[in-house]
Structure formats: structure tokens, C-alpha cells
Design a protein around this ligand. Structure first.
Ligand code: F6P
Length: 372
């Protein structure tokens, strides 16, 4: 029987347990494999911390939020170990050999796809299942976690409307999504936000203030602004683009590291942009302006039906691929089907909102200000 390892890595997300269960039930029950679960993501893999999983481990977890295996944000080739940063790939390969593993399943987002690809390139039999509330993984139409987070963020916008209209306030609601605007755009449209700001479209405070004032003049003395955590005004977007260009252009490893730390400080200086925006809007419009940061509420709790379905479908398809010895792929979701896509095409390839996406035209058609 094949012996396979499974782990969850990166930010927790609804549907992780559904995917563990989807893979586990198919692998153990259908294909007769042995399964071990590494704890706390890539860290547990590097430290060889695992538990044997059997069919009873898969019971009762479908509806549970988070991940029964635990998770962490680590890089296989650059892991903090004490005071050092180490390349753990050789150790990981050794561990997998020692544990008698034929394959490894990595469930996670963009960072996990990169880790999985590095391990695959080093010779490990790896597959990747795409989870993230950000929906930013290339070649998969939807990643599990997105649908639930979309529902939560939409409900939050609904509820924020109560205070916005009752108090005649501007409410800026910060929505997750990393460098992509999928969650803010989807929830913004579904929740009827008046203004939606995305990383893909640099905003101007003047344009937003104008839209708030116009609404007030037409009798709507409140506005709800859905802002993606990665959204920036024109100046900040230009600063970040310049910092990213320095990283790309850097030659030596030293220059690259210096450029990266500069880029990171630019990003850090943009944190709290939602608060700066609210202050600027209050000054420009005279309406009281407040901020609500949705934060981890967006990824907590039980997955919705769609994420349970997706996790189960991709998990089961993943078990079939492992059974066939088909490795080095992300199990992508395309037109309702689970499709293996080479990890090399997925890793490092961020899926942001294209400027001609139907969701964007839908938002503009209902008169949403996009801040540009
Ligand atoms: O990738 C999921 C996500 O929730 C992003 O939306 C967000 O930028 C990030 O994780 C937050 O990371 P952390 O869990 O490390 O705070």
C-alpha cells in the first residue's frame, strides 16, 4: 500500500478539514493507502512531527473551521531555526524517506504552492490542493475558503449599513485578500458597498470624497466603503511599484536582500491605510467616518456548502492522482472539474482581478465608485 503524508500550510481557511477528509477518505477507504498527517504545516514537516491518520480521524471534521493538523507560515528553503535561517529541503527529503512516504499532499495557498514546487523540483512526489480566502491562485477558478469568506464579508457589509445610515456616517470596511481584490470586490458588490477599492485600481481620495458628497447631496448622507487590505492611492501604488522594480532589477543576492527589505518597509508604511482614508474622508466631506477591520473573522468558523463541496471534490481527485503516481501538480478547479496543473505554472503566479473582469463591469454598472 502507498504511504502518503498530508499537511496544511499558510493561513487557516474554511474548507481545510473538508479537503483533509476528502483526500483521507478516498486515500484510505477507496485506494487502501496509509496516511500520516504532519502537524503545523511546513514546520512540522521539517521537524518530522506527524500523527498516523485512519478513517476515524476523518469523522466529524467536515464542518469544523480551521485545520485539525495545525498550520504555520514557513518557507522550505528559508526556515527560522533558532537564530538561523536554514534551507530545510534536504532534511525534509530525508524525513520523508525515513517515514517511508511515497508522496506528500500540501494543502495551502500561493506560498504553499511555492513550497510544494521547490520540494517537487528537489525530487519529492508532491501534489498541492488550492485553499485561500484570497482566491488568488493561478489556474484555479476558485480556491476553497473563498466562498465562505465572501459570505462572511458580505454579511458584515450588510450589518455595517445599519450604523452607516442610522448615524449618517462613512464606514470604511477593510477586507482581506492579500495583493488581490477578489474578496473586497465580491463582497462589495454582494453587500451593496457604495465605493469599492482594490489593489488592482489605485484610488484617489478626491474621487472617493466626491462620490460621498454626491451621495449626500442626493439624500444619502452615509456611505459604505469596502477597501481591500492591499488597496493603495496613486502615490502609494507608485511607491510600491518602484520598490518592486528594485527587487526585480537587483543583481547580487545582497542587493536583492536590501531591495526586499526596502520593499517590505514600504509595505509596512502603508498599513493602516483604511484609517488614513477615513480621516481624509471625514475632513473632506464633514461626515463622521469610522473604520471596521474584519480581520480573522473572515476566515473563521464552519465552511459553507460550496467550500465543503470544493474541498471534498479536490481532495478526492488528489487521492486519485496520488494513486496514479501523478505528482508535481496543483489540483485546480476548472469548470466544475478537478484538473491537474503543473506546479511550475502555478507557483509564484498570482491571480489578481483582471481589469476587464465581469465583476468589475457589474460594479460600475450599478454605479459603484471604484475610486479612480
Ligand atoms: O492569505 C490569507 C490571508 O488571510 C490574507 O488575506 C492576509 O493578507 C493574510 O492571510 C494574513 O496573514 P496572517 O495570518 O499571517 O496574519
Amino acid at each position: 500500500a502507498k504511504r502518503v503524508g498530508i499537511l496544511t500550510a499558510g493561513g487557516d481557511s474554511p474548507g481545510l478539514n473538508a479537503a483533509i477528509r476528502g483526500f483521507g477518505k478516498a486515500a484510505i477507504g477507496h485506494h487502501g493507502m496509509e496516511l500520516v498527517g504532519f502537524q503545523d504545516g511546513i514546520r512540522g514537516l521539517a521537524e518530522n512531527r506527524y500523527v498516523e491518520l485512519d478513517s476515524s480521524s476523518m469523522s466529524g471534521i467536515l464542518t469544523v473551521g480551521g485545520t485539525i493538523l495545525g498550520t504555520s507560515r514557513d518557507k522550505v528553503h528559508k526556515m527560522r531555526v533558532g537564530d538561523e535561517t536554514k534551507d530545510m529541503i534536504p532534511t525534509i527529503i530525508e524525513n520523508c524517506e525515513k517515514d517511508g512516504l511515497d508522496g506528500l499532499v500540501c494543502i495551502g495557498g500561493g506560498g504553499t504552492a511555492k513550497n510544494a514546487n521547490r520540494l517537487a523540483q528537489a525530487g519529492l512526489n508532491v501534489i498541492h490542493l488550492p485553499k485561500t480566502i484570497d482566491n488568488d491562485i493561478a489556474h484555479t477558478e476558485t480556491s476553497f475558503g473563498f466562498s465562505t469568506a465572501l459570505g462572511i464579508a458580505t454579511e458584515a457589509i450588510d450589518r455595517l449599513h445599519s450604523t452607516a445610515h442610522s448615524h449618517h456616517r462613512v464606514i470604511v470596511v477593510e477586507i482581506m485578500g492579500h495583493k488581490a481584490g477578489w474578496l473586497a470586490l465580491g463582497a462589495g458588490i454582494a453587500g451593496g458597498a457604495d465605493i469599492i477599492l482594490l489593489p488592482e485600481i489605485p484610488y484617489s481620495v478626491d474621487a472617493i470624497a466626491d462620490s460621498v458628497r454626491k451621495r449626500a447631496a442626493s439624500g444619502h448622507s452615509f456611505s459604505v466603503v469596502a477597501v481591500a487590505e492591499g488597496a493603495r492611492d496613486h502615490q502609494d501604488s507608485a511607491d510600491l511599484a518602484a520598490a518592486e522594480a528594485l527587487v526585480k532589477g537587483a543583481g547580487s543576492p545582497e542587493a536583492k536582500n536590501a531591495a526586499k527589505s526596502h520593499r517590505n518597509s514600504v509595505i509596512a508604511s502603508h498599513r493602516g491605510n483604511a484609517f488614513k482614508l477615513a480621516e481624509a474622508l471625514e475632513a473632506a466631506t464633514g461626515l463622521e467616518s469610522r473604520v471596521t477591520v474584519l480581520g480573522y473573522v473572515q476566515r473563521g468558523g464552519t465552511p459553507d456548502a460550496e467550500d465543503r463541496l470544493l474541498g471534498t471534490i479536490l481532495g478526492g481527485a488528489g487521492a486519485d492522482l496520488v494513486a496514479d503516481g501523478h505528482y508535481g501538480v496543483t489540483v485546480a478547479s476548472q469548470s466544475q472539474a478537478a484538473v491537474p496543473v503543473p506546479l511550475d505554472d502555478v507557483a509564484g503566479n498570482l491571480k489578481t482581478v483582471p481589469l476587464d473582469h465581469p465583476w468589475l463591469s457589474a460594479a460600475r454598472h450599478v454605479g459603484t465608485c471604484m475610486g479612480d
